[in-house]
Design a protein around this ligand. Structure first.
Ligand code: AMP
Length: 444
């Protein structure tokens, strides 16, 4: 099937041709005709499926079909995204696909000066891509008028709810024309009860579009688990990058602190590395990403939220330095590689504490991930699982507990875990569960 049969205009087909896309992805095949008809859509599609073009192309076509007002142009399409990076990337897509159309677009997000954004909005914008917080700042200052929005897109809605944006979303909805007078498109990788509630409130008789969770892209990703002790993960990672001569690798940690620490340690190992996470300024994030894309930075260490929506074409290697607490995040993470038809490799360094997380991931993916023990890095069978608390895997880069082994002649020999500060020794029973007890998201 080609793009020609989807009913897109010549200007859009030209832009698609410029990108070298030969055929629409499944989500594009399903979403484009429905959105062109003006229907509301509830789409289950994760990053890497081509979902951005899936909503951007028909949105551009619908807007360009109507005559553009003379004078100051009102905002007619609003795309809300959870993160600045995703907003920037969607904004780039709008510009790329709309390059042959007479439509104006801009991106607004926090962490940068507001005045240049105000200037752009004042000049008149047809399509606005925004994160909710900064959009509400503009609304408060009356520098944006959303009363004429014809199409609303919530992109990665599940992540917006995870990040606590539901109140902001409600406030934004209150600034839009009444429901029924606009088209609503909701894209989400997962369908939690909260997403269903939001969809019920927001969407009018939506068309449900689902693409398989393990889509074609994900199937092209070669996945492997390397069991290893957590205190040896850093050494193994440096060894893999060096010995296999990886030039561009995206590494995931669970926490911002862990990302910083790992990037510093890799630098000490002689590997150019940068960390990207929510505590970094927008400038630092943009610089790190640019350095990674142009090859100056060999290893980009990221947390889940920061990496969400990163569009780095044909990324060859993704490493899960620590498994995510939420299995769906694994799918998002590995979606960074093998994108747009290219082959990719996703590797997870898994220590004994993470076995339960791994089982959850395999259950979600409905398949077992091959385990390969690397020579010289076999896990010590005497080390028992410790709980992962508050999403942190503290010992992954720094020893938090000392393993004190009794002499092997002791038939009851079991490892004891000594807390470094309290000096308290815990037996196996106290240390056996590996459930994550902590809240997610707070530390990312
Ligand atoms: P997305 O899921 O929107 O983040 O898109 C993932 C990647 O797929 C982006 O790098 C797009 O440029 C690329 N892409 C989107 N549509 C197509 C297509 N029809 N054929 C090939 N690549 C595509």
């Amino acid at each position: 099937m080609s793009f020609d049969s989807l009913g897109l205009s010549a200007g859009l087909l030209r832009a698609i041709g410029d990108q070298g896309y030969s055929e629409p992805t499944p989500v594009q095949r399903k979403a484009i005709p429905v959105i062109l008809e003006g229907k509301d859509v509830l789409a289950g599609a994760q990053t890497g499926t081509g979902k951005t073009a899936g909503f951007t192309l028909p949105l551009l076509q619908r807007l360009s079909a109507n005559t553009v007002n003379k004078g100051r142009r009102p905002v007619r399409a609003l795309v809300l995204t959870p993160t600045r990076e995703l907003a920037a990337q969607v904004g780039d897509s709008v510009k790329t696909y709309g390059r042959h159309l007479p439509l104006q677009s801009t991106v607004i997000f926090g962490g940068v000066k507001i005045n240049p954004q105000i200037d752009k909005l004042r000049r008149g914008i047809d399509i606005l891509v925004a994160t909710p917080g900064r959009l509400l700042d503009h609304a408060g200052q009356k520098t944006v008028d959303l009363s004429q929005v014809e199409i609303l897109v919530l992109d990665e809605a599940d992540r917006m709810l995870d990040m606590g944006f539901i109140h902001d979303i409600r406030k934004v909805l209150a600034l839009l024309p009444r429901n029924g007078a606009r088209q609503n498109l909701l894209f989400s990788a997962t369908f939690s009860n909260e997403i269903k509630q939001l969809a019920d409130r927001l969407l009018n008789s939506p068309e449900l579009i689902e693409v398989p969770r393990c889509n074609r892209t994900a199937e092209r990703i070669e996945q492997v688990v390397h069991p290893v002790d957590k205190l040896r993960k850093r050494e193994l990672l440096s060894h893999l990058i060096g010995s296999r001569n990886w030039r561009q690798v995206l590494v995931f940690t669970r926490t911002k602190h862990g990302a910083n620490r790992l990037a510093q340690q890799l630098e000490k190992d002689g590997l150019s590395a940068a960390a990207i996470h929510g505590n970094k300024s927008q400038g630092a994030r943009t610089r790190a990403l640019a350095g990674f894309k142009n090859g100056e930075v060999r290893v980009l260490v990221a947390t889940d939220i920061a990496a969400r929506g990163l569009d780095i074409d044909q990324l060859p290697h993704v490493v899960n330095y620590e498994l995510p607490n939420v299995p769906e995040d694994y799918v998002h993470r590995i979606g960074r590689t093998g994108r747009a038809g290219s082959e990719g490799e996703a590797m997870s360094l898994v220590c004994v504490d993470e076995h339960k997380l791994l089982r959850d991931i395999e259950r979600l993916m409905k398949r077992e991930i091959p385990k390969v023990i690397l020579e010289g890095y076999a896990p010590d069978p005497g080390i028992r699982a410790e709980p992962i608390q508050n999403g942190r895997n503290r010992a992954a880069t720094k020893p938090a507990h000392k393993h004190v082994r009794r002499k092997s002649s002791d038939p009851q020999a079991k490892p004891q875990h000594r807390h470094p500060r309290s000096g308290q020794t815990r037996g196996r029973a106290a240390a056996s569960g590996s459930r994550n007890a902590g809240p997610r998201g707070r530390n990312r």
